[in-house]
Design a protein around this ligand. Structure first.
Ligand code: ATP
Length: 493
């Protein structure tokens, strides 16, 4: 299906999110959409997929102008979108989710739906159990289910918004193979991403957006430096994390056992040095989060001891964890990190220590303005956080972390961030390490883990490896270790 967008414009009060955008995606092609945080990519694809209406502009499909104002209308016209967090019904099982949305077909033949599901899943080599509740699936499996559901609804144009975030290397491979098959069938794919290497291996062409406008269109292959220069007007180089030299333990875990809903994680002995960065690698849901929650004082261990700077804090309250300089930045920004409905300034107000009965609005307004400038947040003090782009929500969450900290716990510190922002975040984190802060971070981006960790813990099938010095691993070995196909070496003592 050929997709044409003509002069799409969308304004959100002060912000011109899409400024006369025109874009053509040929049938059978995979088109990358790149751009810095807040460039207007999500707005554009939400317009194409019927989630929001443009102020002006036209959508043409296969040479005909179309008008729809809802996602269901878009799907009926052949356009479907796979969101970063798939729009499914977690309590229902895989088959019921597959059937959901087949309007007026609840009485449909479940056997026929099951046959259709199995046939589609086999076509793309997706291994999904039809009876599994969706709540038990990984993000990658939920994506696979959503793709099958959209295809069964007759979608000919598939939009994917940062689909490789939070999925395993093998799921990414399966996804890319499926997208290539769909393109060969004549379907058009629009792939929104911050990852140049993904665009490089998957897409035929790329469009680059900046501040609501198209600033470049290139065939792929295209040198990464050229794309980066289009997005940010300059070349970028990753910050270098100097190796930790201090041998002073900041965090010590002794005989820790953590009980989650679905798994138990045991860590016999872990000593994290001052200024050290420990990467937690593993498939989503392999226990990394349990460890972070425990170190943040949000999950009591079933047994074992936690020491911070030689002080036993195992029985301390969450508030005491905060007071002794432990900060936690969760992955789900809008559910756990920030509070929907509140503005950026409201968040800074809540962060103030409650020393006085009165709120010093002037000081807080000044601190908010300064943080917006320092963290380059594209928003105003009164902007509700849910109206910020994903990347700017992450910047806000980081801006709210106290300084100084002894221990910083982070889940996916750069998820959803553009390249420049991700490098900037790590500059900030490395500066904190140089000041003595220790960092434990979980990430599904193996390159990020390899680039910034001094040592790595691999979580696989309920097992946690001993900490492995990053210099003793390759990214391939790390990928294999996560999949349980490689046993990391014992660390040298
Ligand atoms: N519902 C909304 N209300 C107000 N402003 C909005 C709304 N949605 C988006 N914006 C603003 O429009 C601009 C473009 O946002 P958009 O989410 O399209 O960018 P993006 O390129 O997808 O960014 P990211 O990569 O960070 O997800 C941003 O400045 C954002 O704050």
């Amino acid at each position: 299906m050929k997709v044409e967008l003509h002069h799409i414009t969308k304004r959100f009060s002060q912000v011109l999110a899409n400024d006369r955008i025109s874009l053509t995606v040929e049938a059978g092609s995979i088109h990358g959409l790149l751009g810095e945080n807040g460039a207007g990519k999500s707005t554009l694809v939400k317009i194409l997929s019927g989630f929001i209406a443009p102020d002006t502009g036209e959508i043409w499909l296969d040479g005909q102008p179309v008008k729809y104002r809802t996602p269901a209308g878009a799907i009926a016209a052949g356009v479907g979108m796979l969101h970063q967090d798939p729009l499914d019904f977690p309590p229902l099982d895989v088959l019921d989710n597959f059937i959901a949305g087949k309007t007026g077909q609840w009485l449909l033949d479940r056997q026929a739906a099951k046959r259709e599901f199995l046939q589609l899943a086999a076509q793309f080599n997706f291994q999904l159990d039809i009876h599994e509740p969706v709540a038990n699936l990984t993000v990658g499996e939920r994506q696979q289910l959503e793709i099958l559901r959209l295809l069964s609804l007759g979608v000919n144009t598939l939009i994917l918004d940062e689909p490789t975030t939070g999925i395993s290397a093998s799921q990414k491979h399966a996804l890319f193979e499926a997208l290539k098959v769909l393109a060969q069938q004549g379907k058009s794919i629009i792939f929104v991403s911050h990852k140049l290497e993904d665009v490089e291996i998957l897409c035929d062409r790329v469009t680059v957006m900046k501040q609501g406008q198209v600033v470049g269109r290139e065939p792929i292959p295209c040198p990464a430096a050229k794309l980066v220069a289009m997005m940010f007007d300059r070349e970028l180089a990753p910050p270098v994390k100097p190796p930790t030299v201090r041998a002073e333990p900041m965090l010590e875990l002794q005989g820790i056992v953590l009980n989650g809903d679905r798994l138990t994680v045991a860590i016999d002995q872990l000593s994290v040095q001052k200024g050290e960065v420990i990467g937690l690698a593993g498939l989503e849901g392999s226990g990394q989060r349990l460890l972070l929650l425990c170190c943040a004082g949000l999950l009591a261990p079933q047994s074992g001891k936690i020491l911070l700077d030689s002080q036993d804090i195992t029985q301390a309250s969450y508030k005491e964890y905060l007071n002794i300089g432990i900060g936690y930045s969760p992955a789900d920004r809008l559910r756990e990190g920030l509070i929907g409905g509140l503005s950026i300034q409201d968040h800074f107000t809540l962060r103030q220590p409650q020393k006085s009965f009165f709120i010093d609005r002037k000081t807080i307004a000044k601190a908010t303005q300064e943080a917006i400038a320092l963290f380059n947040i594209k928003g105003r003090p009164q902007t509700p956080v849910e109206r910020l782009s994903g990347g700017n929500q992450q910047r806000t969450q980081l801006a709210l972390l106290p300084v100084p900290l002894n221990l910083l716990l982070m889940e996916h510190p750069t998820r959803g961030l553009d390249i420049e922002s991700a490098l900037w975040v790590w500059q900030q984190l490395i500066a904190r390490c140089e000041g003595g802060t220790s960092i434990l971070f979980a990430s599904s981006d193996l390159d990020e883990i390899m680039q910034y960790s001094d040592r790595i813990l691999v979580f696989s099938g309920g097992q946690v490896s001993p900490p492995i010095p990053t210099s003793q691993l390759t990214v391939e070995q790390l990928g294999q270790a996560i999949g349980g196909k490689f046993t990391p070496l014992q660390p040298q003592t």
